[in-house]
Write a new protein. Structure first.
Length: 560
């Protein structure tokens, strides 16, 4: 048996090293009088070494020298390495699917030469860099027949090229789960045949282009979990539910609970319309206007002075009450020979930056300047902020959690809750040692550093013998379900008896499944909060919202 050759440069077979034993068993069952498979031996060269005839574990550059190659599907393998630039020489390619592998590097710009390409899927790899600007940017080439562009679940950065709007044959654009930034191009609104657009879980900013109101053919749209702002175009707000827009705090107009602010009263010209009815009123002169403005300013000045006086008296009263305690703390600091707060009791201190540091009892003793000058190493991220491993100047270590500004409460409520949490002590709870309020609203929580990691991860590995992120039995269940939903094969997910129930609503099941996929997203920061999940469930099926609301009191607030 001789594998198919392409100009005798590459034999066209791609397998993984995990099939080593299967290949040997297969060879034993073949009759190979000419010895084509004599290299399949135990000479010390592995199946992926390149020495075995017909066996490759990466995409070789010679693949691009197959002039008659039309369709390429290497999906769901364990391929590594980079996509070769030479692939752009196979100009008759119309179908490229290299998804669900471990390819790295950037997307080759040479792919722009594939004028016949209608489908390209590079999703679920480790690709980096940006989308080539040449895609759609040249009249002679540039994917003008492309219908499906699928690049989600990679590490792509940069902006989305405006030239994509020139690819008028596109039916699907999937760029979710990347690191794209900048604005969404207006030109995408010119792709009238576009049916699916997924830009979720990126760092996009600005407003959703008003040109998207022209996308009448859209049946799937998702821009959730970005930094978008402003009103949602009318067509999109009417066709899609809140799950397509959540995670954009400044976005409005996509549900009754996110209405956009009304026009300011100063913009409503009500007074001029009544003027003709009162011709006998005397118009105000310049002198009258000056007197009115001066009077208003004087009243405002008096109010401000009263507020400042009240704050000054209150601060003086507080200072007098705490004078004795402050003196005692200063004396203690002098005895220790260090300008740091004493251990034990609640201590407030401010650094050179003007921030506020509040200590609780514990073994750590440091100032605000010590904390801000400590070396930091990221330990993890979540919806609420980022946790750092901080090493102080004296070598002691602490876990510091920086809270996201958009989800924290105002300063008074924050200090009230943290003061209560800081005094909770239990052998099974990690104690809070201090918190810091920066001059620009930064909020830091300081805990003891636990070098042995998370209890949850320890218990998970103890029971399953696998790290938390490792797939069970070779199958990543959330990833498999996500691919099924993407291809609209949801009948393979839902129970057959459930689908036969006449009371079952298919749209409700599908929307609930999509929400569930968001809840098990690999990135903790991309998972929605509990209150947001309740809101979306109510919008998916309003008639059961009362039952959900009755149980809502049993669910703790995500801020606690």
């Amino acid at each position: 048996m001789k594998p198919v050759l392409c100009e005798e440069r590459w034999d066209g077979v791609v397998v993984t090293q995990s099939n080593f034993l299967a290949l040997q068993a297969f060879k034993e069952e073949l009759i190979d009088p000419k010895g084509y498979l004599k290299t399949w031996n135990d000479s010390g060269f592995g199946a992926c070494s390149g020495a075995w005839a017909g066996i490759k574990c990466s995409i070789p550059p010679s693949l691009g020298y197959c002039p008659m190659l039309q369709s390429l599907d290497f999906s769901n393998n364990l391929l590594t390495g980079k996509i070769p630039e030479s692939l752009g020489n196979a100009t008759k390619l119309y179908w490229v699917n290299i998804s669900f592998n471990s390819l790295s590097g950037s997307i080759p710009t040479s792919l722009t030469s594939l004028n016949s390409l209608t489908f390209i899927s590079l999703q679920h790899n480790n690709l980096s860099g940006s989308i080539p600007n040449s895609w759609g940017g040249n009249l002679k080439n540039g994917f003008f027949r492309l219908q499906n562009l699928v690049l989600d679940h990679n590490f792509l950065t940069g902006t989305i090229p405006a030239s994509l709007g020139n690819l008028r044959e596109l039916r699907e654009i999937s760029l979710s789960h990347n690191q794209f930034s900048g604005h969404i191009p207006q030109s995408i609104g010119n792709i009238s045949n576009l049916k699916q657009l997924d830009l979720s879980l990126n760092n996009l900013s600005g407003e959703i282009p008003i040109s998207f109101d022209n996308l009448d053919s859209l049946n799937f749209f998702n821009v959730s979990h970005n930094n978008l702002s402003g009103p949602v175009p009318t067509l999109l707000a009417q066709k899609f539910n809140s799950s397509s827009f959540v995670g954009n705090i400044q976005l409005c107009g996509y549900s009754p609970s996110t209405r956009c602010p009304s026009v300011a009263p100063s913009e409503i010209p009500a007074a001029p319309s009544e003027a003709p009815k009162h011709h006998h009123h005397k118009k105000l002169g310049t002198k009258d206007i000056i007197l009115i403005v001066a009077g208003v300013l004087l009243v405002v000045l008096i109010i401000v002075c009263c507020i400042l006086l009240f704050c000054l008296l209150r601060k003086r009263k507080t200072s007098n009450a705490e004078g004795g305690q402050a003196t005692a703390r200063a004396a203690a600091a002098g005895r220790t020979g260090k300008g740091v707060p004493p251990i034990g009791g609640e201590v407030e201190a401010g650094g050179d930056t003007g921030g506020k540091l509040v200590h609780f009892d514990g073994p750590l003793a440091f100032t605000a300047d010590d904390l801000l000058c400590a070396t930091a190493e990221i330990m993890g991220k979540s919806t609420y902020g980022t946790v750092y491993k901080a090493t102080l100047e004296d070598g002691s270590q602490a876990a510091v959690k920086r809270l996201r500004e958009k989800i924290t409460k105002n300063q008074r409520d924050f200090e009230s809750e943290v003061s209560v949490l800081g005094r909770i002590r239990h052998p099974n709870l990690l104690a809070m040692r201090a918190y810091y309020l920066g001059p620009k609203g930064e909020k830091l929580l300081v805990f003891d550093y636990m070098p042995k990691g998370s209890l949850a991860s320890f218990l998970h590995e103890l029971l399953t013998r696998k790290p938390p992120g490792e797939a069970m039995n070779g199958v990543d269940l959330p990833q498999w379900v996500a691919s099924i939903v993407k291809e609209e094969w949801t009948n393979e997910v839902f129970d057959a008896d459930l689908m036969r129930d006449p009371s079952t609503n298919g749209d409700e099941l599908l929307n609930t499944l999509k929400l569930a996929l968001h809840c098990v997203d690999p990135s903790p920061s991309a998972r929605p909060e509990v209150q947001l999940i309740l809101q979306q469930l109510e919008e998916i099926r309003p008639q059961i919202s009362s039952a959900i609301s009755s149980d809502e009191g049993a669910i703790p607030s995500t801020s606690e």
